[in-house]
Design a protein around this ligand. Structure first.
Ligand code: C2O
Length: 341
């Protein structure tokens, strides 16, 4: 059976799945009234997500303004920056249990739920930002780490005076340093052009060679009652290594390198923008690159808060087509397609 949306009123504020010594309540404000997400029947694109290294000052001003307003909301508001970060913690650190399985945590990583969960999460986050600046066309940027020009920390996130900055990062990994898409926690002193070449072959491997069917790319099934599953190629790499590369070299690698804290860094949403984009790109690469048709997958659901601070239940089947969600990605080249190892 499908894992159904968690009962948010039964969220455990003292989950045991947090790292030792970490005390944080990741449960959202309670709501007994949960609306069903209404998919739009038009496929009109109103939001184009730009590559973070290509944005202009006009865009950047809007983005800053939207994030500042989100950070200014009180923590009790489910649209606030703090609560938005907590969403990730709640779905990854054992705050929710599976409906009907009170002893089994709901986990959105390491299975076929990975792509759809994060797509829905970003969708609501983006709509909230747009509504805070009264601009329904506002779209979040993506960290274009699959392209040589995007293989560093995007400069817009690196200014300590900016609202996009997070001090809890590895300070060595500045916009001057090449990102390592297979980063394992150790810095190797590799010349930049060589690192870029390695990264491109990592992309080819994870998007093509290791991604020949839905299970391999998206992750294996995760049904009600399951305690685990298997991640897909892209979740394992580069998704995971990029998290670790950004996080501070502390035991828990906060913020980005740990589930509970990852979304406290504004860069999280740009990283996941590209993860989401890779899902869309993968679908276009070959006839076998299809989404699962299994109804346990399609009917799995999650609860988020929307731009009106209302709780909304959204199903996996509602997020399979980004056009129906009203957005797409600024197109850029895919040089890794020519980088077969
Ligand atoms: Cu929910 Cu990048 O992890």
């Amino acid at each position: 059976a499908k894992p159904t949306a968690p009962a948010i009123t039964q969220c455990s504020p003292d989950s045991e799945e947090l790292p030792a010594n970490v005390k944080v309540n990741c449960c959202p404000p309670m709501s007994n009234n949960i609306l069903d997400f209404k998919p739009s029947n038009s496929s009109r694109i109103t939001r184009i997500r730009p590559a973070a290294h290509l944005v202009d000052t006009k865009y950047l001003e809007k983005y800053h303004k939207a994030i500042s307003l989100m950070k200014a909301l009180p923590d009790s508001d489910p649209r606030s920056f703090t609560q938005q970060a907590n969403v990730h913690c709640a779905y990854c650190n054992g705050a929710y249990h599976q409906v009907g399985f009170p002893k089994i945590d709901l986990q959105v990583h390491g299975s076929w739920l990975f792509f759809p969960f994060h797509r829905a999460y970003l969708y609501f986050y983006e709509k909230i930002l747009g509504s805070l600046i009264n601009d329904p066309t506002f779209a979040i940027p993506y960290w274009n780490w699959d392209h040589p020009d995007g293989m560093t920390l995007p400069a817009i996130f690196a200014d300590p005076k900016s609202t996009l900055y997070d001090p809890v990062r590895d300070s060595v990994h500045t916009p001057m340093v090449a990102l390592d898409l297979s980063y394992d926690g150790t810095d190797h002193d590799v010349p930049k052009d060589q690192q870029i070449k390695t990264n491109l072959t990592v992309m080819y491997r994870q998007m093509v060679s290791n991604a020949k069917n839905s299970g391999l790319f998206m992750g294996q099934p995760y049904r009600a009652g399951d305690t685990g599953s298997k991640p897909g190629s892209l979740e394992t790499m580069p998704h995971g290594p990029v998290h670790i590369w950004v996080g501070k070299k502390t035991p828990n690698r906060e913020d980005m390198g740990n589930f509970y804290s990852a979304a406290r860094d504004p860069i999280f949403y740009a990283h996941h923008g590209n993860v989401d984009r890779m899902w869309s790109v993968w679908r276009t690469l070959g006839p076998k690159n299809k989404n699962f048709k299994d109804s346990d997958f399609l009917d799995s659901s999650f609860v988020f808060y929307d731009e009106n601070a209302k709780a909304v239940r959204i199903r996996v089947r509602d997020v399979l087509d980004t056009k129906k969600l009203g957005y797409e990605y600024q197109p850029v080249d895919l040089p890794w397609l020519k980088s077969r190892p």
